[in-house]
Structures are given as C-alpha cells and as structure tokens.
Design a protein around this ligand. Structure first.
Ligand code: LLP
Length: 421
C-alpha cells in the first residue's frame, strides 16, 4: 500500500499512523467537513505534473494545452492556467468555461468531429490559436464561417495515421475505422487545394492517438509516418500538435517514465522537424493521480457466494470501471493490520455493471460508516459523472498543504429538477 502511494503520488498521498492524508490534511477530516462521496484534488500534485512535463519536453518547449475534458473544475482550470498552460477544448461549453477561467484565445486549441457553426463563430470571436480540423466538410464550414465574419481561421489538419495503441478500444482514436481525423489522401488533397480556402491559414498538422498510452513508441511511429507523408505531400508545417494520451500509473503496470517518454519524442522531433513548434494536449497526465474519490461503506453484505462492500459512490460518480473495466486502487482510509478478505466494491445504482472494483483485498471488519478511498480518480471522474438514479453530483475539494477548500458544492435534491419546466 505504502509502495503504491509512493509510486503514484510524489509523497502527496501518505498514511500517517494508519490514516490517509492528502498533502497535510487527513482524508477523514475532509469527509467530516464535506460529507461523502467527495472528490479531492491535490494542488501541489497538479503543479508537479506540469513541472515534470516541462522538464521532459524541455528541448522543444511545446505549448501545453491541458485537455479540460479530463477535469474541468474551475479551481483546477485556474490553477493550470496560472502555470502558463493553454487549454484543449471540444465544445462551445468548454470554450465558455475556459474563458471564465481566464484562458486567453491565443492558447486555446479546439478539436472534435462535430463543431457546429455557432461553436465555430464563438471560437473565431475568441481568436483561438488553432482549430483542429477533423473532416473536409468541417474545413469548408470553418472557411465559410470565417469569410462571413471577415476573419482568418488558423487551423491544423488532424491526420489519421492508422497507428495502433495499447489501450481500451473505446479510447483508441488513431485507427482508420474511428471517426477521428482525416485520412492521409484527404489531407494531401486539402494541402494541394489550400488556395481555394481564402479564409483559412493551414498552420500544421495534429494527431491524437488515444488515451492512457504507456510508451512513446506509438508517438515516434506516428511522427515517422507523418514525416513520410509530409515529404510526399510537399508540405512544411509550422506547428505539429501531437495530441494527448500520456498514460499514468493506476496499479503495477509498466509505464515509460515521463522523462524518457518526453526525451524520446523530443529527440526525434528536433532531428526530423527542425524549427517546427510543438503543441501537446495532455489531460489525464496532469490530473489523474492528483485526485481521489472518498466514499463510505453503507453495508458490508455477505452472501454464500461473495462479499460485497456497498459504498455510497456509484457508477454515476465514477463511471470508468463500468465503462472501460478500468482499475482504480481502493484503499481503506484507516489502515488497521489484520485479516484481509476479498470484496466486490459496488455502488448503490441499480445495475450489475455498477462497481468500483472487483475481488479487492480489504480488511475483514470494514463496516457501515468506514471510509474508503478510490485512487487515481482525478481524470474523467467528476467530469463524466451524472445524476443517474436520482443522485445529486458530489462535492469537489482542493487541498494545498494543510488547507482544504470546497470548490464545487454538493448538489441538492432540488438541483435534480431545477432545469425542468
Ligand atoms: N486531445 C484530444 C483531441 C482528445 O480527444 C483527448 C482525449 C485528449 C487530448 C486528452 O487525452 P488524455 O491526455 O487525457 O489521455 N474517458 C476516457 C478517456 C477519453 C479521452 C478522450 N480524449 C477515460 O476515462 O479513460
């Protein structure tokens, strides 16, 4: 357990006399103050991750556009902005929230296969840095929209290089069967006819291979393919955006450390694309292991077949285990030495797919009211949560040093129907 925490948390999650701490705050104190379930984030962890990224990619010093779909809590966004990062957005809503968090247009990149005219207008008015174009149809719409506003849109073309990555198939995005990006042939024909798009400035190329990728190898492979392609298409980009997807440690899997990961990509980049600017769009890497979900046991239910630890957080709060069969470490908030038994840790939702972890070794005596921590929940945790089964969304708390601050209040029951008319 200690070894796991050491591995994932830079010493920011620790056990002190058997009680879990987030930085210098006891997890139990967060629960008594704000209730459960509750998401908790370590501000220092987030800052450390950004520092590590900068260090690892030092020789290229890319623009870091944090992918806010991973965690768009306003406090998290402001913290990341203050570290000098930009933001990767995928909707008008994200544009509005990024603006509210103080991000300037010149550090915003806008991806996504279904940008509407209204979203394009809003982004043009915000003078964003780059649109990541995902189809010929969208390219035409951006061009026409920019023309009608008498503006020039700066774009990258998202190329689909048909690169395989080792991750869950729902979050592989660079295979040719996926909806993302443009096939090489279409990119080439856009480049050849770029003079027809009077209101577009094609600055470069983007690719995004998928999410939670554990090694630099597919990125190097993509860059190799891109180099070949650019030569063939006779195009010199001024920007290459390599997307996000940098993996993190959720358990004992082997992951290339960020220094090696960044160094290898940069080494190849500097040698093969001299003078080209790089953009990166990490989400999970920055916030994933910064956050945990604290929940309490409602019942310790024993049947002849299984032991179920029924907790007060469910798939509506953290859907990753149900949706991708993702593994999140589960720890008791108070660790007492003693007999461990296997539990399925499940939520209160009326679906068999509602689980946080299966066959987990946890203390035998856990009972109603005992606290449990679901680790690595900072990315795609709260941001994918819902009100399913009439459950108000939970509170979010930011910790820095010895201080805790609620940065999203727990929803109330009347929040469940306040938009209905
Ligand atoms: N850039 C683009 C264009 C993306 O689509 C994504 C993520 C990212 C950057 C950031 O990827 P990251 O660095 O966070 O891996 N809900 C899933 C992950 C979905 C990722 C979607 N796109 C999960 O919980 O694993």
């Amino acid at each position: 357990m200690e070894k796991y925490l050491e591995m994932i948390s830079d010493g920011l999650y620790t056990f002190h006399q058997g009680s879990l701490m987030v930085e210098k705050v006891f997890a139990k104190d967060i629960c008594s103050r704000f209730g459960t379930p509750v998401y908790v984030y370590s501000a220092t962890f987030i800052e450390n991750q950004i520092r590590k990224l900068r260090e690892a990619f030092k020789s290229v010093s890319p623009l870091i556009c944090y992918s806010m779909k991973a965690n768009n809590n306003m406090e998290v966004l402001k913290l990341i902005r203050k570290q000098g990062c930009g933001v990767d957005i995928v909707s008008g809503g994200e544009l509005a929230k990024a603006t509210k968090a103080g991000f300037k247009g010149d550090k915003i990149v806008f991806a996504g296969v279904g940008k509407t005219r209204e979203e394009i207008i809003a982004a043009l008015n915000k003078r964003i840095y780059l649109f990541t174009v995902e189809s010929v149809e969208e390219l035409k719409t951006i061009n026409e929209t920019a023309k009608s506003l008498k503006k020039i849109a700066d774009v990258t073309l998202r190329i689909n290089l048909d690169v395989e990555v080792d991750t869950h198939h729902y979050i592989k995005t660079a295979k040719k069967e996926t909806k993302f990006g443009l096939p090489e042939k279409q990119v080439e024909s856009i480049i050849n006819s770029r003079n027809e798009f009077s209101n577009l400035n094609i600055l470069g190329i983007q690719f995004h291979l998928g999410s939670n990728i554990k090694s630099s190898t597919p990125y190097i492979e993509a860059l190799k393919r891109l180099k070949r392609f650019l030569k063939k298409a006779n195009f010199k980009p001024s920007v290459i955006d390599i997307g996000g997807g940098f993996g993190i440690q959720y358990r004992d899997e082997t992951i290339e450390q960020i220094m090696d990961f960044g160094n290898k990509i940069c080494e190849f980049f500097v040698e093969n694309f001299p003078g080209v600017s790089m953009v990166i769009e990490p989400g999970r890497f920055i916030v994933g292991n910064a956050g945990i979900l604290l929940t309490q046991v409602v019942y310790n239910k024993k049947t002849p077949h299984k032991n179920f630890l029924i907790v007060d957080a469910g798939m509506n709060d953290l859907i990753r285990p149900s949706l991708y069969n993702s593994y999140h470490e589960i720890l008791p908030v108070f660790f007492k030495k003693g007999k461990l038994i296997k539990y399925d840790v499940v939520g209160p939702i009326c679906e068999t797919g509602d689980f946080l972890g299966k066959e987990r070794l946890l203390p035998d005596g856990l009972d109603s009211g005992d606290l449990i921590a679901v680790m690595g929940a900072g990315a795609y945790g709260f941001s994918m949560s819902s009100n399913y089964n009439g459950r108000p969304r939970v509170a979010e708390v930011m910790v820095r040093g010895g201080k805790m601050k609620c940065c999203r209040r727990r929803e109330k029951f009347d929040d469940l129907w306040k938009h209905e008319i």
